[in-house]
Design a protein around this ligand. Structure first.
Ligand code: TRP
Ligand code: SF4
Length: 338
C-alpha cells in the first residue's frame, strides 16, 4: 500500500482450519505489513462460515482456534492489532439488521459471488435469506469499525463496493445535515494467489495440494521432493524448461536472481537434477517455516494465553462497535433513554 498515513484497516477470514502457505503468502504477509503502519482489526468470521455451513456448526467450532493460532504464529500481534471473533461482537448483527431495511434487493442479487457460489456449492442449499444477505453482513463488519481500508482478494472487491454504496445510502438517508457517519472504505487489492499449490493449480485444501503451516518439516520435505516437475525431464540427463515446472513458481518467490540464473541454466542443460533444484528451494522454505512452526508449537501449548488474547480483542472490538451503534441508533431516532 502506498498510503503512509495511518488508516483504520479491517479484514476477516472464515475459519477453515489449519492455514496453508497460500494463505500465508497471499493474505497474512499482507496483514503483517499493514499492522506495522495502521490500526488493524482482524477477525475470525464465524458467522460467515455459517452462511454456507449452517448445518455443521461443529466444523466452525473445531477450526476457529487452529486458525487463530496460525495467525499468532506468523506474527499477527495483539499488541498492534485487535484480534477477535465476529460472533463475540453481536453489534455486527444489529447493524446488519438495520442495514437490511434500506438495502434494495437487487444490490445483493447482482453480487457476482452470489450466483457463483450457489452453482459451485450445489450440494448445499444456499437458497437462504442469510446467504443472499451475507455481503451486507460484511458491510456491517467493516462499517461498524469505521474502517477506511479493507485488504481483500479480487473476488471480494464487489463486497467492498457494496459496502461503499451502503455507507453512502445511510449517510444520505440519516445524515443529511452534519458529518457523514460512515466513511466509504477502499478495497486494498491483494495479489491473487501468489503461491500456487504443489501441482501448479491454486493452492487449496480441496485439491489436496497444500503445505500447511502446522505440518512437520518431514512432511513438507517429502511433499516438495515428490512434487511434479517439467514432464520432459523423465531422466536425469533430459533437459527441462523451468516455465513448464511448478517448482519454478516457488523459485520465483523464494530464490534470489543469482540462484535463479544458475538453476535456469542447470535445468535447460540438464547440468543439475530436479532434486538439486528442489534442495535450494527446501533451504529457503525451511528458513521461513521453521520459526513459524516453533512459535506455533509454543503458542498451542499455552491455550489460556490465546484465549486471553482473543478475550481482550473481543472487548476492544465491542467497545468500538458499541460506540458506532450509539451513533447509528441516534441517527435512526432510537436510543430511548428509558
Ligand atoms: N467474506 C470474506 C471471505 O469470505 C470474509 C470477511 C467477512 C471479510 N467479513 C469481512 C473480509 C470484512 C474483509 C472484511 O473471505
Ligand atoms: Fe523444475 Fe528445477 Fe527440475 Fe527444472 S530442474 S524441471 S525447474 S525442478
Amino acid at each position: 500500500m502506498t498510503h503512509s498515513a495511518p488508516r483504520r484497516v479491517l479484514s476477516g477470514m472464515r475459519p477453515t482450519g489449519h492455514l496453508h502457505m497460500g494463505h500465508y503468502k497471499g493474505v497474512l504477509e499482507n496483514w503483517l505489513q499493514l499492522q506495522r503502519q495502521h490500526q488493524c482489526y482482524f477477525f475470525a468470521a464465524d458467522w460467515h462460515a455459517l452462511t454456507t455451513d449452517y448445518a455443521n456448526p461443529d466444523i466452525v467450532r473445531q477450526t476457529i482456534w487452529d486458525m487463530l493460532i496460525d495467525w499468532l504464529a506468523v506474527g499477527i500481534d495483539p499488541a498492534q492489532s485487535v484480534i477477535f471473533i465476529q460472533s463475540e461482537v453481536p453489534e455486527h448483527a444489529e447493524l446488519h439488521l438495520l442495514f437490511s431495511f434500506m438495502t434494495p434487493l437487487p444490490w445483493l442479487e447482482r453480487v457476482p459471488t452470489y450466483k457463483d457460489q450457489i452453482e459451485q456449492l450445489r450440494e448445499k442449499d444456499l437458497g437462504t435469506y442469510g446467504f443472499l444477505g451475507y455481503p451486507l453482513l460484511q458491510a456491517a463488519d467493516i462499517l461498524i469499525y469505521l474502517a477506511d481500508a479493507v485488504p481483500v482478494g479480487e473476488d471480494q472487491v464487489p463486497h467492498v463496493e457494496l459496502t461503499r454504496e451502503v455507507a453512502r445510502r445511510f449517510n444520505h438517508l440519516y445524515r443529511k445535515q452534519g458529518q457523514p457517519l460512515f466513511p466509504e472504505p477502499a478495497a486494498l487489492l491483494m495479489p491473487a494467489a501468489k503461491l500456487p499449490g504443489l501441482d501448479g493449480r491454486k493452492m487449496s485444501k480441496s485439491y489436496g495440494n497444500t503445505i500447511e503451516l502446522a505440518e512437520s518439516w518431514k512432511t513438507t520435505e517429502k511433499k516438495i521432493k515428490t512434487m511434479p516437475t517439467d514432464p520432459a525431464r523423465v531422466r536425469r540427463d533430459d533437459p527441462g524448461t523451468p516455465e513448464k515446472c511448478p517448482v519454478w513458481a516457488y523459485h520465483r518467490i523464494y530464490s534470489s536472481d543469482e540462484e535463479r540464473q544458475e538453476l535456469d541454466a542447470g535445468c535447460r542443460s540438464a547440468g543439475i537434477g530436479c532434486l538439486d533444484c528442489k534442495k535450494v528451494l527446501l533451504c529457503h522454505l525451511e528458513e521461513e517455516l521453521q520459526p513459524i512452526r516453533e512459535r506455533r508449537e509454543a503458542i498451542a501449548g499455552r491455550m489460556d494465553d490465546v484465549r486471553d488474547i482473543v478475550r481482550e480483542g473481543n472487548k476492544k472490538a465491542r467497545l468500538q462497535a458499541s460506540r458506532t451503534m450509539d451513533k447509528v441508533r441516534r441517527a435512526l431516532k432510537m436510543g430511548y433513554r428509558v
